[in-house]
Design a protein around this ligand. Structure first.
Ligand SMILES: [Zn+2]
Length: 253
């Protein structure tokens, strides 16, 4: 049996016994991993609060026959201000659920997904207002579906591949992006999409997560909220698991 080290962000935990819990994490090297946190439920635990949700740790794990054991955890980032703000907490839980759904064990995309998730939590944690919070979440939604192979189509008709007339663009989650008026007729729940919103989403999709755009100043809470709903439908369409926190966000609006 050997030990291994990796960086990982805590997604969920389950009780294993009176004192121990199993923590489900997304790791930089292996995608989804699970580890037993011995004594984590005791106040004197040497792992302390580092096993709480949405904390990034540098870990050492001991490889077990069935389950690995967390031997050491050193906090890299606790994303502290997420915990002091309901909005930040809800959207972070949503992102965590999406990572849990799209992520797999021995994930070939683990490094990219880990970096994206880390940057998102960091940006959400530092967000000064609702618009900057939502902008980070929109980038997360666009990029994680792109990494998972379900990139949102925004340049041509996702259905027939035809060119789009900018005055007549529709969005269809069912088809994975923009559709033309003809294809819209055979699509359920397609909504009209202003070309400026299409351009906005396309910019967020194309540019690096940290890149500054003119939308940092121009975007409004209303537009970002509308886009969050569209992208949630896109995420839901291709998500291997149901994203339960999406319904909570829907209710809190
Ligand atoms: Zn079409």
């Amino acid at each position: 049996m050997q030990n291994f080290t990796t960086n990982a962000i805590n997604l969920k935990s389950y009780n294993l016994s009176e004192t121990d819990k199993i923590v489900v994490m997304y790791s930089k090297d292996k995608g989804i991993i699970k580890g037993v946190a011995k004594g984590a439920k005791k106040s004197t635990s040497k792992l302390g609060g580092r096993m709480d949700m949405l904390i990034a740790n540098k870990l050492m794990l001991h490889k077990g026959r069935n389950l690995d054991t967390i031997c050491q955890a050193e906090a890299i980032n606790t994303f502290k201000s997420i915990r002091n703000d309901m909005d930040k907490l809800f959207y972070s839980i949503y992102c965590s659920d999406v990572v849990h759904s799209f992520g797999v064990e021995n994930d070939p995309n683990s490094e990219e997904i880990y970096e994206l998730f880390y940057k998102t939590l960091e940006a959400v944690s530092k967000a000064k207002d609702k618009v900057s919070l939502l902008l980070s979440v929109l980038k997360f939604q666009l990029k994680i579906t792109h990494i998972a192979g379900y990139s949102l189509e925004l340049e041509t008709c996702a259905c027939c591949g035809g060119k789009l007339d900018k005055e007549n663009i529709y969005f269809s989650a069912q088809n994975g992006g923009t559709v033309c008026p003809e294809c819209k007729k055979h699509t359920i729940k397609a909504v009209k999409l202003h070309y400026k919103i299409r351009d906005f989403l396309n910019t967020l999709l194309q540019l690096d997560f940290d890149a500054k755009t003119r939308y940092d100043e121009l975007a409004t809470e209303k537009i970002c909220g509308f886009c969050f709903e569209l992208l949630s439908r896109h995420v839901e369409q291709f998500s291997p698991k149901k994203i339960k926190s999406a319904q909570i966000l829907e209710m809190t609006k």
